[in-house]
Ligand binder design. Structure first.
Ligand SMILES: [Ca+2]
Ligand SMILES: [Ca+2]
Ligand SMILES: [Ca+2]
Ligand SMILES: [Ca+2]
Length: 530
């Protein structure tokens, strides 16, 4: 043991020494890796993808629902589907369904939240049942897609619940699911808190029951304060959701109690107010504040654009709202934004009409595309907007998730198809059309990606120090919660490298690897002291 300790000390001294050497010049940047993925292109009509990143397995989960090409009320009409995707864009195993069976009811809008403690996903969706109509459900699945429990109905009322959204509470190891339903007449926002086994902790409770319609809740969990920020489309000031509404929000504590109620995220009552729909929330871990954003039709916009606002951790606006995306011709709307840890930037992706016929109705586009941009923590542009998909016809409903380990985004969307047989309904109030789910890995290429596992248990070894030495400056990394570390490609010369791993309680481990110019991917096992 003494000899090992001496070796470890020597290594640590080396690390201290090496860490004083300045870093190499910048390597390949964001977007140098750009991989197109056909996620699902069956004869069914694929709709509305959602994407979740799993830091334990270092992979993405994409969920969607399908319609069409089936008998009315038949077994698999409106079914749910899932696909695991690696950070290099490889489809992992086959598509699977997060439901054990498919009944006669239609089901749609699946969204997942990942639990880093159990490495499971809770999936929420809406399903149509005889007697009660649309109800919100959850199901619990393993990271490999194995179904553990569910479907469990969260609220069974004949009130057309819809637009479910889910967030994981990493402090309490619970989930909050929010949705809208009309048990009180017009749509209100309700929620349920569940534990990580899928049992209800706080039964179906009212989140916003203001006058008029409130719908389409978005939920973000803030682990620093153990709070949830929600926002939704709010039509308290108009007669229905097709008229120009607003975005309101609420701040809840970890138990679901109200901390700040009726947060008007967009100011109502000014001349330039316009209509707001399609809300989003991103969370800046460093500043402990939120970027909320939405589609906006205010008269000062060129056509339709995206507007955002900083909301502080206590629910108070950090300043006035500002234009996030509006520079190009045509409409920019269906969007998602998130914060990129480590980069200290936001990324937004959206459906863009700049390449479409200028006279086209925004709701009936003929050539919409997907674009993206990076933004500073204050919401100002970083670099120029970049095209993500400008293929013929319509690309819509774009979403994204981020792997901080790989510094890569998975961006997914629906590619509308004219040639697919149009048989069967659309998706809710959305017009029927054929389509597929397509995607892109957009990010930074790798030099080396390793996963470190305990030899005995096979569990990830997190917090291990990894030192990579060779024909370039030494690089030091720490393994993440899944035992992974990754080094970005940075003009490393081909040749032999040595990877040294250190962690208290484990024998020092080293491995020689040959780098031939293509990304190295390996698993290393570490042995515990005895
Ligand atoms: Ca209401
Ligand atoms: Ca408004
Ligand atoms: Ca297009
Ligand atoms: Ca299809």
């Amino acid at each position: 043991m003494k000899k090992k300790s001496f070796l470890s000390c020597t290594m640590l001294c080396c690390i201290v020494l090496f860490s004083t050497i300045p870093a190499l010049s910048s390597g390949d940047g964001m977007g140098s890796l750009n991989v197109d993925i056909e996620i699902s292109a069956t004869a069914l009509h694929e709709w509305m993808p959602s994407v979740t990143y799993n830091p334990i397995e270092n992979e993405f989960l994409v969920l969607w629902h399908t319609t069409g090409v089936r008998e009315e009320g038949g077994e698999s009409m409106y079914s749910l589907h899932a696909q695991r995707i690696s950070p290099d864009g490889t489809l992992l195993e086959d598509t699977f369904s997060p439901l054990t069976s498919v009944g006669p009811g239609r089901r749609l809008l699946p969204k997942a939240a990942h639990n880093i403690f159990t490495n499971q996903y809770m999936v929420t969706f809406c399903m149509e049942q005889t007697g009660t109509g649309w109800d919100p459900f959850i199901t619990l699945i393993e990271s490999d897609g194995t179904i553990l429990s569910g479907p469990l109905v969260l609220s069974e009322k004949p009130t057309n619940a819809n637009h479910p959204f889910i967030a994981f509470n990493s402090t309490r190891r619970e989930y909050l699911v929010a949705y809208n339903d009309s048990r009180n007449g017009e749509h209100d926002i309700f929620g349920v808190i569940l534990n990580e086994e899928g049992s209800v902790v706080k039964e179906d409770f009212a989140i916003c029951t203001a006058e008029g319609e409130q719908q389409n809740p978005f939920v973000y969990y803030n682990p620093k304060n153990d709070t949830y920020l929600l926002n939704w489309e709010d039509f308290r000031n108009v007669s229905t959701w097709t008229e120009p509404g607003d975005i309101y929000g609420i701040l809840l504590d970890g138990e679901g109690n109200v901390l700040a109620k009726d947060i008007p995220m967009v100011d109502f009552g000014n001349e330039d107010e316009g209509g707001q729909w399609l809300n989003n929330i991103a969370y800046n871990f460093v500043k402990n504040e939120f970027l909320v954003s939405w589609m906006d039709t205010r008269p000062s916009m060129e056509n339709v654009g995206i507007v955002g606002r900083i909301i502080k951790h206590n629910g108070v606006p950090g300043g006035p709202d500002f234009t996030l995306v509006d520079d190009a011709p045509g409409g920019q709307f269906w969007h998602q934004a998130l914060y990129l840890q480590g980069k200290n930037m936001y990324c937004a992706v959206w459906q863009d009409g700049r390449n479409d016929d200028p006279d086209v109705d925004i709701m009936q586009p003929t050539n919409s595309d997907i674009y993206g941009k990076f933004l500073s923590p204050a919401g100002t542009p970083v670099g120029s907007e970049f095209p993500i998909c400008t293929d013929e016809n319509n690309q819509k409903y774009t979403v994204l998730a981020y792997s901080p380990l790989m510094d890569r985004l998975l961006i997914a969307w629906r590619d509308e198809l004219e040639e697919e047989v149009l048989d069967g309904g659309g998706s809710g109030h959305v017009t029927a059309s054929g389509g597929n789910i397509m995607g892109k890995i957009y990010g930074v290429p790798s030099f080396l990606t390793f996963r470190v596992l305990d030899q005995e248990t096979g569990d990830p070894v997190k917090g291990a120090l990894a030192l990579v030495l060779g024909r370039t400056m030494p690089t030091m990394k720490t393994t993440n919660v899944g035992g992974w570390f990754n080094i970005a490609k940075n003009a490393q010369p081909e040749g032999t490298y040595v990877v040294v791993l250190l962690k208290f309680g484990y024998h020092m481990t080293s491995q020689l690897v040959d780098y031939t110019g293509t990304a190295l991917q390996k698993t290393i096992q570490m042995n515990r002291w005895r």
